[in-house]
Design a protein around this ligand. Sequence first.
Ligand code: KIV
Ligand code: ZN
Length: 390
Amino acid sequence: MTDQTTQPRVLIFDTTLRDGEQSPGATMTHEEKLEIASLLDEMGVDIIEAGFPIASEGDFAAVSEIAKRAKNSTICGLARANYKDIDRCWEAVRHAASPRIHTFIGTSPLHRAIPNLDMDQMADRIHETVTHARNLCDNVQWSPMDATRTEPDYLCRVVEIAIKAGATTINIPDTVGYTYPMESAKIIRMLLERVPGADTIVFATHCHNDLGMATANALAAVEAGARQIECTINGLGERAGNTALEEVVMAMRVRNDILPYRTGIDTTKIMNLSRRVAAVSGFPVQFNKAIVGKNAFLHESGIHQDGVLKNVQTFEIMRPEDIGLTAKNIAMGKHSGRAALRAKLKELGYELADNQLNDVFVRFKALADRKKEVYDDDIVALVADQATTD
Ligand code: KIV
Ligand code: ZN
């Protein structure tokens, strides 16, 4: 494996507890939020966006408690571009050893129309609110919401204002999942080239998955110079969700030859977090979801099973144990072949002679035609039947 220690570090900013929890129906209890935050902290997430403190008393209490308990991660809270939100956010995150205020405002024409601010008025608002946040906290992140639909010249102008006012991270949100990888990269490159002071701060990428491109867009932004990825476990989030943490982290690990960046994530903790987030949010993970789906490491076709049994790399590009998965990778069903059945029988403690195996195989195929998946107990029963008919 490549020595990653000298590679640029990409910060992982997890927003499962803020943007993820904004998924309709994904509300978590106070205790559940504390549990997820502690698992994220242990996994090596650099920044946890723990909530939106002004949104409710519950959110405020959760962010404050997470801030008090965090051992390693920076704890961040979200705030709109007004003093009241920012003060409330600071009250919650200030308990953390490493606190961050994240303040944002929609900068695209559609979003500027909502507070009815013209370009100059909005620029002033950004200057005032980022300055205020920076007076409270040394670590301030600013986001121009809907950045990917904001006029490029205006985006450069407001990013420059936020940097001059003291923002230490500038996040570029693709709020409606509208961008495309080449465009995502182009925006980051443009900001790095055109904005004075851009080399003094960290650029972040925050992508939504409306067109299924959130992971690709985030990685393209990193290639262009972004050094923080905003993401959620299982890609939980508004509408079609956010960039999935497990996807970007594993992509940088598996394709480190073309994505030579490192993260601080202990990937062996991914599966457990995925399961806990699915359980507490009530959002099951789709079976074929990349990395953490039930089928992501399962092989059913005979050809694939035979290949995997001979050399696992024939059909697997990463090891299940790298994400903390210990379950078996062979699914017994109607596409399974004799080699897989023999291996499964061995695992269950049976070594059959060829004629016995043939007999069990015929009855296994007949059963598999009637059932979607054949379980270990079914196979044990087939062997027991075979023994009594001998
Ligand atoms: O998608 C978005 O624009 C956001 C911002 C609040 C950063 O979640
Ligand atoms: Zn978002």
